[in-house]
Design a protein around this ligand. Sequence first.
Ligand SMILES: Cc1cc2nc3c(=O)[nH]c(=O)nc-3n(C[C@H](O)[C@H](O)[C@H](O)COP(=O)(O)OP(=O)(O)OC[C@H]3O[C@@H](n4cnc5c(N)ncnc54)[C@H](O)[C@@H]3O)c2cc1C
Length: 377
Amino acid sequence: MARRRCRRERLTVVEADPIDRNLTLQCDIAVIGGGLSGLLALHELIEAGIDAQLFEALPRPGGRIASVRDQVSGAVIADLGPTWVWPPYQPGVTRWMERLGLRTFPQYEAGEAILDLHPYSPPLRQFLPGQHGMMRVEGGPQAFVDALLSRLPPQSIHLDSPVKGLSHNGDHLVIFSRDREIHARKVILAVPLRVAAQTIALDGLVDDRVLTLMRNTPTWMAAQAKVAILYETPFWREAGLGGRVASRVGPMVEVHDNSPANGSVGALFGFVGWGAQDRRDLDLKVEIRQQLIRCFGPQAGEFIGMEIRDWAFEETIATAQDQTGEPAHPAALPQFMREPLADGKLHLAISETAADSPGLIDGALEAGERAAKWAMG
Ligand SMILES: Cc1cc2nc3c(=O)[nH]c(=O)nc-3n(C[C@H](O)[C@H](O)[C@H](O)COP(=O)(O)OP(=O)(O)OC[C@H]3O[C@@H](n4cnc5c(N)ncnc54)[C@H](O)[C@@H]3O)c2cc1C
């Protein structure tokens, strides 16, 4: 018991440092949004010797990429945001992983899956096919964020700096953050499109057709709640199970093995299938524990940590529309969403604007790289 408590104390959600606060700032290029696309754009600009600064609303960088870390070693032990990449179909992911020195490993899928189909009958065991090309990243997708942060000067990143508005001022744009103005020649907006349309006053910088698409484009996975459950070991593997669950009972509709590559702990992750408002009113941890015991046996109730990240209620990621809308993978947006706006001073760079893999990690890399190239042009 003491050991379990000790392990619990070692679990922590990634958070970042507090920030400096100045009243005015000038830079050549400003990046708004410190998710993967914004960080990658900043990386490219800084590497090219450009005076670029990034403004992120939250006190932590990474956006939809968030993780549970071992508090002692700092190692990522489970994902609260994305988990998978598909290198055979995502050349951008492969190229960036090589550039940042990251490695993939296969999703653990040996063993049978659990079909949890009826509330009153025991779950079934059955082999389910995996997805071709689906891989995990050593250190989780968090490794992309960590690698970029390790290459960026800390003073170029302003956390806890939500942007409230943007405005023209002669040959530059003015950014209004909570407690300061930033003057920049060009601005990269790497904020979920709906969130940007609703929370940032754009002062006529984008026309109606762009604004309409911004409002109508769902943010991929913004409606989801993801659960990470930690164990001393991936005990299900010894029982011939792959850690996978497909459920019609819930609360989790999908569960997968999320154990780190080195097997230092056992981890499962699940997606909660119940609607955002419904799941808010429940004691989710209790319901999830019951489901785990039903599917994997009593040992599954003895987890050393459980972390739930409900993205639907993260105000810098999801809007009310995302909470209620049907989950739908975004289609590629028209080319004009990838073109410069505001007389060549503004460019959208969120994953959902990518021509390939919109909404995915691959899309975030593409969008960040495209925006940085534009800014350097
Ligand atoms: C649960 C979940 C599972 C996923 N699974 C996968 C997967 O397996 N594989 C995959 O490829 N993709 C997956 N994705 C999608 C992937 O995480 C995203 O494509 C990627 O992280 C998007 O990065 P981004 O920088 O474009 O956007 P975001 O990560 O959304 O970054 C936007 C940033 O803008 C900031 N911001 C918002 N408003 C303001 C403001 N006013 N001022 C300043 N900053 C602001 C936000 O705080 C955030 O940091 C998943 C996402 C989630 C949530």
